[in-house]
Each structure stands twice: as structure tokens, then as C-alpha cells.
Design a protein around this ligand. Structure first.
Ligand code: ZN
Length: 280
């Protein structure tokens, strides 16, 4: 879709499954399963939707789960990549070599898995986007490189450590512009330095919320993931964000929604809902 001077293309790296209880935190199952039906293992289906932004440069926000997961993880997470990122790039006439910038919301495996690929090089891993500069928030990088017991399963060094060795990593401190019309804003909450991406062009605003609001089912402010390390920070940020998104008509991108890539948040007598814009 055209968005001011930019083009925005939600892509797909397939789907995966996570525990429904963990995805909705303190919300009881009878409430969340109406929005996200669980399978026999209590898992819900989730999308993997990096966003391609074409403007002065060709920018990819997050890169899906990638193809390095072992058989056991593929089974546990129900990963289905029968249709993946390369297919969607090809549909736009692009290859991985055409991406100039890869921007990370944070470094969890379902966002950064596609950053690297297995290759016949020392160490066995190479950047998946050979001509790209990878931009990562400095403090998120530091946390990912020094995981603790609670986040170790999400930060897999194979997804990001090779970028530093390959010389294509650019660490960025704080909030600020990535290219004309695109800037990052720290949300915290999910991880201490998780960031969203704000896209402004032609007088309109779109926001790639990443794990601040992973799906349209998370549009209610207290519907916060059990995975979040700092849920009260998520709550505080999200409360303000949802208000702004409604009042200012932001186009919101949902990275993990299985069906709705993007939409507008509407408030109907206190009930929040998403009016879908870009179907898969
Ligand atoms: Zn995620």
C-alpha cells in the first residue's frame, strides 16, 4: 500500500504457535479463547509479519523466525513456513540482497530468527541480508548478549551474534530517525528496551507495535502477555498509546496476528475493537 511518500508491505514468514495462557497473561481462558481459539495443546496460532518499508531506502522491520530452528523446536512451536519471507519478497520482485536496512524491534527468536542463515563460512552462520545494515538498540543488544534464566530461551545468540562478526551491525542509542519518515520509540515492557517503529508520511502515522500489541486480540489495555518481563511498563505505555492511536487514527501493524496484518483501533462506547485494513 502507498502511505504518503512511502510504500508499506506487511510480509509473512509463516505461522507458529505459543501457549494461549502465556499470550494473554492474567486474562482467563474463557475470555481469550473467544478471540484466539486454542489447539489440543493449548497453543494459539500466530502470524510472523515483518514489515517492508520502501522509501529513500528499502527497510525491513524484523525478519520472522527464519529457518534455523531444529526439529524439536519446530514441533514445540508448531512452526509452519510452507510460505515464508523469501516468497513474499519475490512477489514484490525483490530478493534478500535488495534490503538496505534491517531494523530490530528486539532480539527474541520470533523476530530476529531470520536475521542470519546457515552458511559455509567460519562459524557456520552469515547475515541473511547480505547488503543490509542491521540496526539494533544498544541496550537491547547488551541484554541479548547477557541473557538470564528468564529470557535465555528467547535470546538465541545464533540469530544476532554473527552480525557483529560480519561487520554489518549498527548499534543505536535511544529514540530517533532510521530514514526519512521512519523512527524508533522505546516502549519497554516486553523487554526493557523493546522498541516500536513509527512511520510518518503525507500527514498520516502508522505504527509497527511489535510485541507491545502483538495481535488485534491484545487491543484491550490489560490484555498483556505473560511473557513480558515488565508488565506494568507495558500497561503504562500501552494505555497512552491506545488512546493516541484512537484519537489520531494511527494505522497499527500487528506482527503476530494470524489474520489481521494492520488496522485502525476504534472505541465504541468504551469497547475497543480493530477495523482491519490490510488483509493477509
Ligand atoms: Zn514476538
Amino acid at each position: 500500500m502507498t502511505f504518503g511518500d512511502l510504500e508499506l508491505h506487511p510480509l509473512s514468514d509463516g505461522t507458529f504457535r505459543l501457549d494461549g495462557g502465556a499470550m494473554f497473561g492474567v486474562v482467563p481462558k474463557p475470555l481469550w479463547e473467544r478471540r484466539a481459539p486454542a489447539d489440543e495443546r493449548n497453543r494459539i496460532r500466530m502470524g510472523l509479519r515483518p514489515l517492508l518499508v520502501r522509501g529513500e531506502r528499502t527497510l525491513l522491520i524484523d525478519a520472522g523466525i527464519g529457518d534455523k530452528m531444529d526439529e524439536k523446536s519446530v514441533e514445540i512451536y508448531g512452526i509452519d513456513r510452507s510460505h515464508h519471507l523469501d516468497h513474499d519478497l519475490a512477489a514484490l520482485g525483490l530478493t534478500r540482497g535488495d534490503i538496505d536496512i534491517v531494523l530490530a524491534s528486539h532480539l527474541h527468536f520470533d523476530h530476529a530468527g531470520g536475521f542470519t542463515v546457515r552458511a559455509d563460512v567460519p562459524g557456520g552462520l552469515a547475515p541473511a541480508f547480505p547488503n543490509a545494515t542491521y540496526i539494533v538498540r544498544t541496550a537491547e543488544w547488551d541484554d541479548a548478549m547477557h541473557p538470564h534464566e528468564r529470557n535465555r530461551a528467547s535470546y538465541l545468540a545464533e540469530n544476532f551474534a554473527p552480525l557483529a562478526a560480519a561487520g554489518c551491525l549498527r548499534l543505536m542509542d535511544g529514540d530517533g530517525p532510521i530514514m526519512p519518515g521512519v523512527r524508533v520509540v522505546r516502549t519497554g515492557g516486553h523487554t526493557m528496551h523493546h522498541q516500536m517503529v513509527v512511520i510518518e508520511s503525507g500527514g498520516r502515522t502508522a505504527v509497527f507495535t511489535a510485541d507491545l500489541m502483538p495481535s488485534a486480540a491484545h487491543v484491550d489495555v490489560p490484555w498483556i502477555m505473560g511473557y513480558d518481563l515488565y508488565p506494568m511498563d507495558t500497561l503504562a505505555f500501552k494505555r497512552g498509546f491506545v488512546r493516541d492511536a484512537i484519537d489520531r487514527g494511527y494505522l497499527v501493524f500487528f506482527e503476530h496476528d494470524p489474520d489481521i496484518a494492520a488496522g485502525y483501533i476504534r472505541d465504541e462506547n468504551g469497547r475497543k475493537r480493530v477495523e482491519p485494513r490490510l488483509e493477509p
